[in-house]
Design a protein around this ligand. Structure first.
Ligand SMILES: C[S@@+](CC[C@H](N)C(=O)[O-])C[C@H]1O[C@@H](n2cnc3c(N)ncnc32)[C@H](O)[C@@H]1O
Length: 307
C-alpha cells in the first residue's frame, strides 16, 4: 500500500481527497487499492492522468467518486424499504442522468473508478480482460460504452481491426471518443462511436466478431430485446461479454432482476448460452446470504449463440 502511494502520486492524492471527505471509507478503500496488481495500479494512474489532462481536476475527480458512492447508498436505503428500484421507465431518468452532461460526466468517471475499488467491479473488469480473445480479428461492437474504459481496453488488448460503439447518451459518446483519442492519437483502425438507442441503431448487420455490453441491461425497460438483438448480430464464433446486476439499486437502474437465475433464463430465451460466468456476492457476505437478504449481486457472462 505504502509503495503504491509513494510510486503513484495521483493515486495518493485521489485517496487522500476521498478520505478527507469520508474518513470512514478508509477501511474499504485501502484494502481495495492494496489488492490491485501492478498493471492495475498503472491503469488507474493512467486514468487519473487522462482525466487531469482533459481538464478535470483532482477535487472534481474525488467528487465523481463521491457522487456514485452517495447516490448508491441513498438508493440502497430506498430499496431496503420498498424492495423496488425507485424508477422503472427510461423517461423518468433520461433528462436527469443520460442527457444531463454535468451529472453524466461525474457519474461515468465515478463508475470507471469503481472498476478499481469495488471488489465485484474489479473482478468483472479482470474477467472481461481475461476472456477477451487475443487472437480474434474482425469487428468489435460495444453497446453502452459509457466512460469508454472497456472500449479503450479492447482496442489495447484485443486484435480486432474495426471498432463500433453505440450509446444513447451524447456525454458517453463524447467520453468514449475522448478516451480513445487520448490513448490512440494516431489510430489507423476504423473506430465509430454512434449516438443512438441500441434498439434503433443502424449498426451493420453483423455477424460481429465480439459484442460487449457492460452494465446496460438493468438500465433499459426491455432487456430481453437487447439480448435478442445481440443474438441476431452474433454468429456461431462471436465472443459475447455481458455484465449486469441483481438487487442493485442505482439512480438509473430501472429493470430489477431479483436473482441471477432470472438473468440466465432471459439470456437463454434470447437464443444465447452461457459459456463462462462470474457471480459476485455483496461485500462481506456469502452468495447464499446475498440471495436470501436481497443484497446486490454482480454477474458477468461470456456467452455464445445457441447452436
Ligand atoms: C452504467 S453505464 C455502463 C458503462 C460501461 N459499459 C461499464 O460497464 O462500466 C450504461 C451506459 O449505457 C448507456 N445506455 C443506456 N441505455 C441505452 C440504450 N438504450 N442504448 C444504448 N446505450 C444505452 C448509457 O448511456 C451509459 O453510457
Amino acid at each position: 500500500m505504502t509503495s503504491i502511494l509513494s510510486n503513484t502520486p495521483h493515486i495518493a492524492d485521489f485517496r487522500q481527497g476521498i478520505l478527507d471527505e469520508n474518513g470512514m471509507h478508509q477501511g474499504f478503500l485501502d484494502p481495495a487499492l492494496a489488492s490491485l496488481t501492478e498493471d492495475e495500479v498503472r491503469e488507474l494512474s493512467d486514468y487519473i492522468t487522462y482525466c487531469l489532462d482533459g481538464g478535470v481536476d483532482m477535487p472534481e475527480l474525488v467528487e465523481c467518486y463521491r457522487t456514485i458512492l452517495d447516490d448508491t447508498f441513498q438508493e440502497q436505503l430506498n430499496f431496503m424499504r420498498t424492495k423496488a428500484y425507485r424508477h422503472s421507465t427510461f423517461a423518468e431518468v433520461a433528462d436527469s442522468v443520460y442527457f444531463n452532461k454535468e451529472y453524466m460526466t461525474r457519474y461515468m468517471h465515478g463508475l470507471a473508478f469503481t472498476a478499481f475499488i469495488w471488489p465485484n467491479h474489479v473482478e468483472m473488469r479482470r474477467f472481461f480482460l481475461k476472456s477477451l480473445p487475443r487472437e480474434k480479428t474482425g469487428h468489435y461492437l460495444e453497446i453502452g460504452p459509457g466512460h469508454g474504459f472497456y472500449f479503450m481496453s479492447a482496442m489495447k488488448q484485443g486484435t480486432f481491426d474495426r471498432f463500433t460503439g453505440v450509446d444513447i447518451s451524447k456525454t458517453s459518446v463524447e467520453l468514449t471518443r475522448k478516451i480513445v483519442g487520448h490513448h490512440f492519437p494516431k489510430e489507423n483502425r476504423p473506430v465509430e462511436i454512434m449516438e443512438s438507442d441500441f434498439l434503433q441503431s443502424t449498426v451493420s448487420d453483423g455477424p460481429f466478431d465480439a459484442i460487449v455490453m457492460g452494465e446496460v441491461l438493468e438500465h433499459v425497460e426491455r432487456p430481453q430485446d437487447f439480448l435478442a438483438r445481440i443474438a441476431g448480430l452474433a454468429g456461431p464464433e462471436t465472443h459475447i461479454f455481458i455484465t449486469t446486476c441483481v438487487n442493485a439499486p442505482a439512480i438509473d437502474h430501472i429493470y430489477l432482476y431479483r436473482n441471477p437465475d432470472e438473468v440466465t433464463a432471459m439470456i437463454n430465451s434470447a437464443g444465447l448460452e452461457v459459456r463462462e460466468s462470474y457471480t459476485g456476492a455483496y461485500f462481506g457476505k456469502s452468495l447464499e446470504e446475498s440471495r436470501r437478504l436481497n443484497l446486490p449481486i454482480n454477474v458477468a457472462y461470456v456467452l455464445e449463440k445457441a447452436r
